[in-house]
Design a protein around this ligand. Structure first.
Ligand SMILES: [Zn+2]
Length: 250
């Protein structure tokens, strides 16, 4: 199930993937067409770069590997020499990988989240992606980012985040009015906001939906300002909010 896409940072290739190993595996692929990229050191290094999420849709990938696939940005069927080229490999879910298939990314590029910021090419309107650029259009189509099931999932995730924020905002109001002016209430508010901000961070599943929902919600800024006025806004919250801003489509 595809959700939103966020910018990722590629790390250096795993030390096991020496030039010699790349050559051997590439030759082996050319001869046998076997899945030479299915090595734990490749898969583990890819998972580490995306917080164990699909690079295209942010779905959590199973560490056992059942729904994790090594995706070739430039398709292996057309570009055999890049079959274990580190810069060509991405962690992906089965759905995105299958949807993209052998689309020729050299003829018609799609967003590569390790190179491009997806927000330069796509925007979100009512749980649908609109393209801003030609690359965005191809990405949307090749990864089938607007199918109905996906839109429903986005809606539900967004709804949960807004409802939590609304509850916390209400609780803060009661705390300030003196109705529930206890340390326990205060701690629940602080803890609740910390959890929401964690869910909006790049290591969480569907972070882009949660961060977009939170930071564009009409209650967010008043909530943040009130927490600051009450001395309840910590440096950790500030850091987490900045991380959330790095994934939000706002
Ligand atoms: Zn995916």
């Amino acid at each position: 199930m595809s959700k939103y896409m966020i910018k990722l940072t590629r790390r250096p290739k795993p030390p096991e993937l020496t030039d010699e190993v790349v050559n051997e595996l590439t030759q082996e692929y050319k001869l046998s067409k076997s899945s030479v990229w299915n090595r734990p050191f490749i898969k583990d290094a890819l998972m580490l770069m995306s917080h164990s999420k699909c690079a295209y849709c942010e779905v959590k990938l199973d560490h056992r590997g059942s729904n994790m696939e090594v995706e070739h940005y430039h398709p292996k069927s057309l570009y055999e020499n890049e079959v274990v080229e580190w810069s060509n490999l991405l962690p992906s879910c089965k759905r995105c990988n299958a949807s993209k298939g052998s689309h020729d990314t050299k003829a018609a590029p799609i967003v590569n989240p390790f190179i491009d910021d997806p927000r330069d090419h796509l925007e979100l309107k009512q749980f649908r992606y609109n393209h801003i650029t030609g690359i965005g259009k191809t990405t949307k189509e090749e990864l089938n980012l607007n199918d109905v099931d996906i839109q429903r999932d986005r809606f539900l995730i967004s709804l949960t985040a807004s409802q939590t924020l609304e509850k916390l905002s209400n609780l803060l109001e009661q705390y300030l009015s003196g109705n529930k002016n206890s340390t326990r209430t205060r701690n629940n508010i602080v803890r609740g906001i910390e959890i929401l901000l964690h869910e909006a961070g790049p290591e969480s599943e569907y972070s882009a939906i949660v961060s977009t929902t939170l930071l564009s919600h009409e209650l967010w800024t008043p909530m943040e300002e009130e927490l600051k006025a009450q001395g309840l806004w910590s440096q950790m919250m500030e850091d987490r909010k900045n991380l959330a801003l790095s994934t939000a489509y706002i």
